[in-house]
Design a protein around this ligand. Structure first.
Ligand code: PLP
Length: 432
């Protein structure tokens, strides 16, 4: 069956709102290292890594072996009502890495569920259903998380059980405080937070939930220290800070293991998913023990923390740490950022290049500086035609997102930079 036949069947039976990439979407049937192969036999360098899930890359023996040995035991899952050794060991490791005092971990199957759990914990703990979120944020697609997501393109439902107020600081390139110095920007956002609290809430807000670097929103990097300034305000009111590390965790930002650490603050809870499973479905919350244990009724996740996912995740985490992939993300990311800034100087279809580590956003613009979703669409197609898969996002769907596996090599970085340069040049030329 051809990819186009499969696409027709997909369209008939899957929801219209399930986003697909490319004019002719791919079916990936094989993968190795940082490369994937589609059913037509074409191989691509993968710079989106299954939306940042393949943190390490494909077909890694250590991870396959860990999963296989669990599968060989015959126990795919029996329920989380019984003890699971790898779940306990993984929780210990994540609690230790979190830096949160007396931390406890609850495992879920996705980032959405992790954020739903964190919101449930915070709202119960604070006895308030009011939440602060950032403009242009994305936190998932279930009832509460979709309701607080501050990016219209992804807010599929607006009937949320949570009352949300939005604060500035997410999308500096185009927000109300653009153009300010780092220090003035941080001050303006902290003043805005106080103003939003005082004018749109009753003050007894449960939590601020935020991505340290917005992912779906276009890899927007706020100045270091923004969340420290926010935390000062939050502490005055006893409001909790939830850091959504679904994209920024596991060392991807290069500088730190968790994105929030760039701000010198310890949050009350962090949520995680994506890269931890290197492709397996796993997510979770790591939180202060008293916050985690504040729920008194029994609860369960049938699959959260199951033996196969936790075995694979533990092997992934061990690999990440023992191969210093955070260090490699910093090194390759710096090269990519420098190379792309050079591209931006030469082609004015690129309005902004930003990022940290292996989370790099390239914002495409019209000649007058307005967002250009069409240029982003064309760059996506041009890069594919040259053998590179990249991501797309941003409030205006005009940002190319680069987030390759963190095992990326020097040669692959060079290859991707060359393809990106050629692709941007082709889009620029088509415009002239
Ligand atoms: N939080 C952030 C920051 C995300 O980027 C995403 C997904 O892209 C989610 C939460 C939701 O995670 P999932 O798609 O695993 O439910």
């Amino acid at each position: 069956m051809s990819e186009s036949e499969l696409l027709a069947r997909h369209r008939a039976v899957l929801p219209n709102w399930l986003a697909l990439y490319y004019d002719e979407p791919l079916e990936i049937v094989r993968a190795q290292g940082r490369r994937v192969t589609d059913s037509a036999g074409t191989t691509y360098l993968d710079f989106f890594a299954g939306i940042l899930t393949n943190a390490i890359g494909y077909d890694i023996a250590e991870i396959s072996d860990a999963i296989r040995s669990q599968v060989d035991s015959g126990v795919l899952h029996t329920s989380t009502l019984y003890l699971i050794r790898t779940q306990v060991e993984l929780a210990e490791q994540i609690a230790r890495l979190s830096g949160i005092p007396d931390a406890k971990v609850f495992f879920t199957n996705s980032g959405t569920e992790a954020n739903e759990t964190a919101l449930m914990l915070a709202t119960q703990y604070r006895r308030s259903n009011q939440v602060l979120a950032m403009r242009n944020s994305y936190h998932g697609r279930a009832f509460a998380t979709i309701g607080i997501t501050g990016n219209r393109g992804w807010s599929a439902s607006s009937l949320s059980p949570v009352k949300v107020s939005y604060v500035q600081g997410g999308y500096r390139y185009r927000d109300a405080f653009r153009g300010l110095s780092d220090a003035d920007y941080v001050r303006a956002c902290a003043d805005d937070l106080r103003d939003v609290l005082q004018t749109t809430t009753s003050g007894d807000v449960a939590a601020l939930i935020a991505e340290p670097i917005q992912g779906v929103g276009g890899f927007n990097v706020p100045p270091d220290g923004l969340f420290a300034a926010f935390k000062e305000v939050l502490d005055e009111y006893g409001i909790l800070l939830i850091s959504d590390e679904v994209q920024t965790g596991w060392g991807r930002t290069g500088e730190h293991f968790w994105g929030i650490q760039a701000h010198g603050v310890i949050p009350d809870a962090m949520t995680f998913a994506k890269g931890l499973g290197n492709g397996l479905a796993i997510g979770g919350v790591v939180a202060r023990g008293d916050l985690m244990d504040s729920l008194t009724a029994n609860s369960i996740s049938t699959f959260g923390g199951n033996p196969v996912s936790t075995a694979g995740a533990k092997a992934t985490l061990d690999y990440l740490l023992s191969h210093d992939l955070q260090g490699n993300a910093a090194k390759q990311g710096a090269r990519l950022l420098a190379g792309l800034r050079d591209v931006a100087e030469r082609y004015d279809v690129v309005g902004d290049v930003r990022g940290k580590g292996l989370m790099i956003g390239v914002e495409l613009v019209e000649p007058d500086g307005a967002p250009s979703p069409e240029a982003a669409r064309l760059v996506l197609e041009e890069t594919r035609a040259r053998g590179l898969l990249v991501g797309k996002g941003g409030l205006h769907n005009n940002v190319i997102r680069l987030a390759p596996p963190m095992t990326l090599t020097d040669d692959e970085t060079g290859e991707a930079l060359e393809i990106l340069r050629e692709s941007v040049a082709a889009v620029q030329e088509a415009r002239a």
